[in-house]
Design a protein around this ligand. Structure first.
Ligand SMILES: Nc1ncnc2c1ncn2[C@@H]1O[C@H](COP(=O)(O)OP(=O)(O)OP(=O)(O)O)[C@@H](O)[C@H]1O
Length: 610
């Protein structure tokens, strides 16, 4: 799930295809190798330090998010009003009106007001709902158990919210995608996921992902009655439940669709495709820190589409459908009791009253985050059901709701929330910055390692290899040699005065060097201008070979025969020359804290070029 060590900003750096002919020219003498070795060790140390810093900020971010969610309430309740459907009878005076955290039901002279953490009106999009869910997913990735439960009257849009349609994707498929996308950004730990899906149908558990055994009826194969076990630590496990590894979003989506197809649906008078059971999707998150904190944390994310609560008389249910309805209602009421007991911090929490609450036992209590999404219909004829559902949701909501807090405490709470949000943002920004620095350092490290492993052949030997058909490349190297010989007199302190550089030439040279450093830095940050060299392959303007190659290539450019491997920017031809070869004493290093790239230039022995 991490990116390649050489990648910059998650992108593999552009590495030029280095012709073998140039590889042989890359000669690293012994003394340079020692220096290179030191450089590699420094970079490794830097990476280690940066990782430690990254872990620290990640811890800060996790703590801030956790406090933030707890401050907002670890059991939160959202309400969503379904839009009118084609078949709905619409009255001029609508019974439901909404505010951002309030819903009012008016009918036959009664007026009831309910407050929730968030109320989504009829026109709310799937995206708007998901935005509010996303922090909980982050919390699950951080190691907390999270449960997202959709409930409400039959036909009010629970399945629409949780699963959605092809063009209006719901919470579960979005969450799957988001988990993988967040995991790919998380460089401080490695995250792996597995998935299970089950259905609680008439008090029995059915594995929705169980493999289809040959020679067996499908129904029989899936109608397992699974046992729920609780280990001494209080962790719940469902015996024999299929758990599949999901390495990527595509696989996750595939398994999810498979489980969905098995879910039982049957016909009632209220909803054409009514869910007759509770459908539970569990994503288990395995979070493993880096070597510094190597333990694996396991957390569960439950996304539950509860069966429709309904007045059984109204649905016209009889026989099995009536029993299904009763079972659904019983377990929803048991869930309400559990949440009420948790909220009142009662010693006894009645988990055992239903299979649903037994399954969710370890994901509803202390340290877990619970989000209940109550769904209601906008229609007049459903007002009774709507009030029932809203009363249930109200019971589930935290007692210490913000409305009931004294003004002073409310203000303090709001201030604290702003502070925590700021802390979280700052920590996230730092993490991003450090991640980029690590990527750069890793890139430099790998480049220098490549340089280190370059075979130590002589330049003459390299020249012997110049037998290939590429005359342009040969020409570049020959010109380089000639030019180096010719200009070696200009280097060194023993040069006659008239041959030393003028003020103007020194200025030109220093501008040129600065620009090269700039080019390399921009390459490190993943921006590909016309620079085709990796960091350690850049040439300094003062390098003889560089100058001569520039001259040679410029000449060629003028004649329109530029070598395909050489690119010259129209703006600054000399400085943008890209040669996919590696001058022997050019190493790329970085200086902490900003990992600024500098070219480590070395004095050359003149014999190197003869
Ligand atoms: N927000 C919405 N926007 C558009 N259509 C919606 C919305 N909510 C629900 N619907 C539509 O209403 C119908 C019933 O929705 P859905 O099946 O999701 O209800 P449900 O609560 O899951 O029902 P049941 O409990 O019987 O399974 C579907 O046709 C669905 O597409």
């Amino acid at each position: 799930m991490g990116s390649s060590p050489n990648s910059l900003n998650g992108q593999p750096p552009d590495s030029p295809s280095v012709p073998a002919i140039f590889t042989d020219v890359n000669v690293v003498p012994e003394q340079d190798k020692n220096q290179l070795e030191q450089l590699i060790a420094n970079l490794e140390g830097e990476i280690l330090q940066l990782r430690q810093k990254q872990n620290l900020f990640d811890k800060k971010r996790r703590e801030a998010l956790n406090k933030l969610i707890d401050m907002k309430g670890s059991i939160r309740v959202f309400c969503r009003v379904r839009p009118y459907l084609m078949k709905s009878r619409r009255k001029i005076r609508e019974p439901i009106s909404t505010g951002s955290e309030m819903i009012v039901v008016r009918s036959s002279g009664i007026r009831k007001e309910f407050n929730f953490d968030k109320v989504f009106p009829q026109e709310a999009s799937q995206e708007e709902i998901f935005v509010e869910i996303a922090p909980l997913l982050r919390s699950a990735l951080d190691g907390h158990h999270v449960s997202i439960l959709a409930f409400g009257q039959t036909g009010t849009g629970k399945t629409f919210t949780m699963d959605g349609t092809n063009d209006q994707i719901g919470i579960i498929p979005r969450a799957l995608e988001e988990l993988f996308s967040q995991a790919s950004l998380d460089k401080s730990s490695s995250l792996n996921f597995s998935m299970s899906m089950l259905e609680v149908y008439m008090g029995n558990l059915r594995d929705l992902l169980s493999p289809k055994p040959p020679y067996r009826a499908y129904e029989a194969a899936t109608r397992y009655n699974l046992n729920i076990q609780t280990d001494p630590k209080g962790l719940v496990e469902i015996e024999g439940l299929t758990e599949v590894q999901i390495p990527d979003f595509g696989k996750a989506r595939w398994w999810y669709n498979k489980g969905k197809r098995v879910r039982s649906t049957s016909w009632t008078n209220v909803n054409e495709a009514s869910s007759r059971s509770h459908c539970l999707t569990r994503i288990t998150v395995f979070r493993r820190g880096d070597a510094l904190e190597a333990n694996t944390e396991v957390s569960k994310l439950w996304m539950v589409d509860l069966g429709g609560s309904e007045r059984l008389l109204k649905t016209g249910a009889t026989g099995q459908t009536l029993d299904e309805g009763r079972a659904i209602n019983l377990s929803i009421s048991a869930l309400g009791d559990v949440i009420a007991a948790l909220k009142r911090k009662r010693g006894h929490v009645p988990y055992r009253n239903s299979k649903l609450t037994q399954i969710l036992k370890d994901s509803l209590g202390d340290g877990s985050k619970v989000l209940m999404l109550v769904h209601v219909s906008p229609c007049e004829e459903d007002v009774g059901e709507t009030i029932c559902s809203l009363n249930f949701a109200k019971r589930a909501r935290a007692v210490e709701s913000v409305k009931e807090l004294p003004e002073e405490l409310k203000k303090h709470r709001e201030r604290r929330i702003v502070e925590l949000e700021k802390d979280m943002r700052e920590a996230e920004e730092e993490i991003q910055k450090i991640t980029k620095q690590i990527q750069k350092a890793e890139f430099l490290l790998s480049e220098n390692k490549k340089l280190f492993s370059t075979p130590n052949k002589s330049f003459e030997a390299a020249e012997k290899n110049l037998q290939g058909p590429n005359e342009d490349l040969k020409e570049v190297i020959r010109t380089t040699q000639k030019s180096e010989k010719a200009s070696r007199r200009s280097v060194g302190s023993s040069l006659p005065r008239f041959m030393t550089s003028t003020v103007a030439s020194r200025q030109r040279q220093s501008i040129a060097e600065r620009e090269i450093v700039g080019k390399v830095t921009s390459l490190q940050s993943g921006t590909r201008n016309s620079v085709q060299l990796s960091g350690s392959q850049s040439l300094s303007f003062s390098d003889f070979r560089f100058k001569s190659i520039v001259r040679s290539s410029n000449k060629k450019t003028r004649h329109g025969e530029m070598n395909a491997n050489l690119t010259v920017s129209p703006k600054c031809k000399d400085l943008d020359l890209k040669v996919p070869s590696l001058p022997r004493s050019k190493m790329v290093t970085s200086s902490d804290p900003n990992l600024r790239v500098t070219l480590c230039r070395h004095k050359r022995r003149m014999s190197d070029f003869i």
